[in-house]
Design a protein around this ligand. Structure first.
Ligand code: FAD
Ligand code: AMP
Length: 480
């Protein structure tokens, strides 16, 4: 049997499901292929992000943050009486419920928008034909005018730490630990490693993070990385830099001996659970027939141009399986761009303004270029920085760690980067992204009226500080 669609999307993660919904909204006959199934064989939509990524990790971070706040409620004069305890199984069950609600919601959105769900593994054949192999092995081939590949990514595994049920875990296993380990090891001080380490450190676990690189958070502005390192240390996250995992050994089926090497030679660490969080790689296994016409780049990502076109006409690729940051919102925006292009609209995504966030507490968030990048490029910049310790609203919330740092071009005043450490930096960074998307200058934000008292005022003050005009702190001499 053959059926023809205007658009077939392979993969229903935040790249694929968003592309499919947008394409259908634009009047295109659209299908979305998804291979992931739940324990009962029903298709699971939402990809990594909803099932084992962004959403479940944030659910656990929120629960443990609330636990931490309850433990420290006495700062507000609240007496909870007795020890505050965490029912970890209930916490995990709550996380699972959120995931089920959201993934089920996508099935509803597909229905509402008229997207046909094709359950099974998709393979791109020559001439924009897509073969879908269902769980029972039955294969059906569909024709499409356009195909969008949105197959996402999978965790990188490293030979020294092979996944071992219940003991050595990837991000999926890490989200299902259902009792508080006494000792936890994490390999990789990247976004996922730090977020998962935080969850358990808040519940009292001794957390050791091994990071092969000598520098901490190399992708972040140095001020952000420095402040984060200081705060994580206070939170008893033991982050060992220049520490490369070289091997693991399971002891009596219940502990993991982690071997690593650092500047002092070979070291060992014994933990109850080990999370491997050393990055993710594109998922293209079995996705492309030899004659599909789509090419991979030297790192295994699907090769695309600036508008996500592959080498095969009418075939696009988006999200984690192509170059660029592995972020859900980047995947979704690429999905929207591609659906718009297919529908004949002009569309171009601004890759210079993609916010990055690490959801520890405080949160780290940034958009645009770092001070170090701009200096290396020889751009003449001016920098304004405002601490949350000077924000009345942050004081009221007992959440005064961190700062907002704004960098503007010294000549044009245009905002080039904003970097934050702060309680709700993940929300505040949207203000910076909007400003940068509209090519704002620091003065534009200086002239904007911010409500008082809000933590957002720190963004206003940082903009004022760019020109040495912050009101609620003593201004340092302007830096050139
Ligand atoms: P995916 O979400 O990986 O989806 C791809 C889908 O395609 C999957 O459902 C897969 O089953 C399906 N598929 C693959 N091949 C085939 C095939 N041949 N046939 C049919 N179906 C196929 N990002 C953020 O922006 N914010 C966060 O807070 C955040 N937190 C994260 C936390 C963790 C623990 C992890 C692991 C990731 C996190 N990410 C976060 C990253 C985010 O999850 C990814 O960037 C995002 O999911 C990428 O979307 P995608 O659609 O490209 O791919
Ligand atoms: P991210 O890609 O942001 O998830 O970060 C993954 C981190 O894991 C990187 O900072 C890597 O340097 C680190 N890493 C990779 N392999 C090892 C290893 N064998 N031991 C320790 N850290 C590692």
């Amino acid at each position: 049997m053959s059926d023809k669609f205007d658009v077939i999307v392979i993969g229903a993660g935040p790249g694929g499901y968003v592309a499919a919904i947008r394409a259908a909204q634009l009047g295109l006959k659209t299908a979305c292929v998804e291979k992931w199934v739940d324990g009962k064989g029903a298709p699971l939509l939402g990809g990594t992000c909803l099932n084992v990524g962004c959403i479940p990790s944030k659910a656990l971070l929120e629960s443990t943050h609330q636990f931490h706040n309850a433990q420290h409620a006495d700062v507000h004069g609240i007496q909870v009486g007795g020890d505050v305890t965490m029912d970890v199984k209930a916490m995990v069950a709550r996380k699972d419920k959120i995931v089920t609600n959201l993934t089920g919601g996508i099935a509803g959105l597909f229905k509402a928008n008229g997207v046909t769900l094709l359950a099974g593994k998709g393979k791109l054949l020559a001439n924009k034909r897509v073969e879908v192999t269902a769980a029972d092995g039955a294969a059906t081939v569909y024709d499409a005018e356009n195909v969008i590949l949105a197959s996402g990514s999978v965790p990188v595994e490293i030979p020294p730490a092979p996944l071992t049920e219940g003991l050595i875990l990837d991000n999926e296993g890490a989200l299902n630990i259902d009792e508080t380990p006494k000792r936890l090891g994490v390999i990789g001080a990247g976004v996922i490693g730090l977020e998962m380490g935080s969850v358990w450190a808040r519940l009292g676990t001794e957390v050791t993070v091994l990071e092969a690189m000598d520098s901490f958070l190399a992708m972040a502005d140095k001020d952000v990385a420095k402040e984060a390192a200081k705060l994580y240390k206070k939170q008893k996250l033991d982050i060992k830099l220049g520490a490369r995992c070289t091997g693991t050994e399971i002891i009596d089926g219940k502990e993991v001996k982690v071997k690593y090497s650092d500047a002092n030679g070979d070291q060992e660490l014994v933990v109850d659970k080990l999370i491997v969080a050393v990055g993710r790689r594109p998922q293209t296994n079995g996705l492309l027939a030899d004659d599909s016409g789509v090419k991979l780049d030297e790192r295994g990502f699907i090769f695309v141009d600036g508008q996500c076109r592959t080498e095969a006409p009418g075939v696009y690729a988006i999200g984690d399986s192509v170059r660029g940051p592995m972020l859900a919102h980047k995947a979704s925006e690429e999905g929207i761009m591609v659906a718009d292009i297919i529908a004949g609209h002009h569309a171009q995504m601004n890759y210079d303004v993609i916010p990055s966030i690490i959801y520890t507490h405080p949160e780290l968030a940034w958009v645009g270029k770092t001070e170090q990048e701009l200096k290396a490029e020889g751009v003449d910049i001016k920098v304004g920085k405002f601490p949350f310790a000077a924000s009345g609203r942050a004081m009221a919330a007992n959440d005064t760690d961190g700062f907002v740092k704004m960098i503007a071009d010294a000549e044009t005043d245009r905002i080039l980067g904003v970097h934050m450490v702060g309680g709700i930096a993940s929300e505040l960074i949207a203000q910076a992204a909007i400003a940068m998307e509209f090519s704002s200058t620091a003065e534009d934000l200086q002239l904007t009226v911010f409500a008082h008292p809000t933590v957002s005022e720190a963004v206003h003050e940082a903009a004022l500080a760019v020109d040495g005009h912050a009101i609620h702190m003593a201004n340092r001499r302007k830096r050139k």
